[in-house]
Design a protein around this ligand. Structure first.
Ligand code: ATP
Length: 355
C-alpha cells in the first residue's frame, strides 16, 4: 500500500489544450480520495497520468516513495477500473479474474485460491463459469472490480466505474466499493462527476475546475464551506443561494432586508455574496416574527421534501428546502427567514471565500 503525491502536474495536449494546470495532490496511504468536477475539468487526464497511461508535460508523481514519472503502467503496481468494463468476452468469469495473475506468472494453485477469494468478496461465486455476455451490467462491473482486486495492488484508480449502471445497481455497487476499500485499506483514487457518489464515498474530495484544484476537503467541509464561488455553485442539489449582501452596522442584509447571521471580519469595500443553503432558509406563514415578506413562485414536491422558489424582492429568487408537511401554494404570500449559522461569504471579484 502507498500514498500518492502529485506535484505541479501539468498536461498540455499537442493541440494546445491545457487539461491539467499545475495540480498538487497529497493522497494518504489507505485513503479513499475522490476527484470531482464537471466534464472536461481534467479528472481523467490526472488519473491517467497517475496510472502511466498519459505522459504529463511536467510535474512529478510519487506512488509511495517511488517516483513513477518514467515507469510504464505495468510497473506502477496499480489497478485501474474504467467506466467500460473491458472484460475479455471469450473468457469465463474465472478466467477473466485469473488473467492478470497468469500474466504475472503466478503458480496455478495460487491463481485459483486468489480468484476464489476475490469472487467470494464480490459475491461472484455462482457466476464463475459464465461468459460476460451472460452477465448483467452490475455483475460485469463486479467482475471488473474483482479483477482489479485479485492483484492486491498498491493503489486502485477508478474512473467513473458506475456510469453504465442503473440507479439502483449504482447505489449497491457503490456500497460494495466502499466496504471493499475499508476492508482492504488500499489507497483508492476515484474519479466522478456525480457529487452524490463523491459525498458518499470519499474520505476527502478534490473539486477540480478547468484543470485546477479549487478545493480539497472532507465531504462535510466541502458542503459546509465551499472554498470558492465555483464550488458553492457546484455542490448541493439545489445548490447554495448566492445572495448579494451589504455589510452594515454589524449586520448582513440581503435584498428585501433578509437578515443573515454575520460571520466576523467581513471587508466593507468589496462586492459580496453570501452562500445560503436551501435548508438554511425557512418559509413561514406571512408576517411571522423575524421574517421578511416573500411570495411563493413555485413549489416542487420531491416526496421527502419540498423545494420552494421564493421571490423576496431581490434580483434572484431563492430556493428553500422544507419538509413535505408544509403547504404553501404558488403565489401565496409567505414569510422568509434565515435559520442557520453564519453563511460562507464570497468576494464576487476574486470569486474566493472571504469569511
Ligand atoms: P469527463 O468527465 O468528460 O471525462 P474530465 O474531467 O475527465 O472530463 P479530461 O478527459 O481529463 O476531463 O479532459 C480535460 C480537457 O482535456 C478537456 O478539455 C478535454 O477536451 C481535453 N482533452 C482530453 N484528451 C485530449 C486529447 N487527447 N487531445 C486534446 N485535448 C484533450
Amino acid at each position: 500500500m502507498a500514498g500518492i503525491e502529485v506535484s505541479a502536474l501539468h498536461k498540455q495536449y499537442p493541440d494546445g489544450t491545457v487539461a491539467v494546470d499545475r495540480v498538487d495532490l497529497s493522497i494518504g496511504d489507505g485513503e479513499l480520495f475522490v476527484m470531482l468536477g464537471p466534464s472536461g475539468c481534467g479528472k481523467t487526464t490526472t488519473l491517467r497520468a497517475m496510472a502511466g497511461l498519459e505522459r504529463q508535460t511536467s510535474g512529478d508523481i510519487h506512488i509511495g516513495s517511488t517516483l513513477v514519472n518514467d515507469l510504464p503502467p505495468a510497473e506502477r503496481d496499480i489497478a485501474m477500473v474504467f467506466q467500460f468494463y473491458a472484460l475479455y468476452p471469450h473468457l469465463k468469469t474465472r478466467d477473466n479474474l485469473a488473467f492478470p495473475l497468469r500474466a504475472e506468472g503466478l503458480p496455478e494453485p495460487e491463481v485459483r485460491q486468489r480468484v476464489e477469494a476475490a469472487a467470494e468478496k464480490m459475491q461472484l461465486g455462482h457466476l464463475l463459469d459464465r461468459r460476460p455476455q451472460r452477465l448483467s451490467g452490475g455483475e460485469q462491473q463486479r467482475v471488473a472490480l474483482a479483477r482489479a482486486l485479485v492483484r492486491r495492488p498498491r493503489a486502485f484508480l477508478m474512473d467513473e466505474p458506475l456510469t453504465n449502471l442503473d440507479a439502483e445497481l449504482r447505489a449497491d455497487v457503490r456500497t460494495e466499493i466502499k466496504h471493499l476499500q475499508a476492508e482492504l485499506g488500499t489507497t483508492m483514487v476515484y474519479v466522478t462527476h456525480d457529487q452524490v457518489e463523491a459525498m458518499s464515498l470519499g474520505h476527502r474530495i478534490a473539486i477540480l475546475n478547468k484543470g485546477r484544484v479549487e478545493q480539497v476537503g472532507t465531504p462535510l467541509e466541502v458542503y459546509n464551506r465551499p472554498a470558492s464561488l465555483f464550488c458553492a455553485a457546484f455542490i448541493g442539489s439545489p445548490p447554495m443561494n448566492l445572495i448579494p449582501v451589504d455589510v452594515a452596522e454589524g449586520e448582513l442584509r440581503g435584498p428585501g432586508g433578509l437578515a443573515l447571521t454575520v460571520p466576523p471580519g467581513l471587508p466593507r469595500d468589496r462586492t459580496l455574496v453570501a452562500g445560503v443553503r436551501p435548508e438554511a432558509l425557512e418559509v413561514t406563514p406571512p408576517q411571522e416574527a423575524g421574517t421578511i415578506p416573500g411570495r411563493v413562485v413555485s413549489a416542487e414536491t420531491l416526496g421527502d421534501e419540498i423545494i420552494y422558489v421564493v421571490d423576496h424582492g431581490g434580483d434572484q429568487d431563492v430556493r428553500v428546502r422544507m419538509p413535505p408537511t408544509t403547504h404553501f401554494a404558488a403565489e401565496a404570500p409567505v414569510g422568509l427567514r434565515h435559520v442557520g449559522g453564519p453563511p460562507p461569504v464570497y468576494d464576487v471579484d476574486s470569486e474566493g471565500l472571504v469569511a
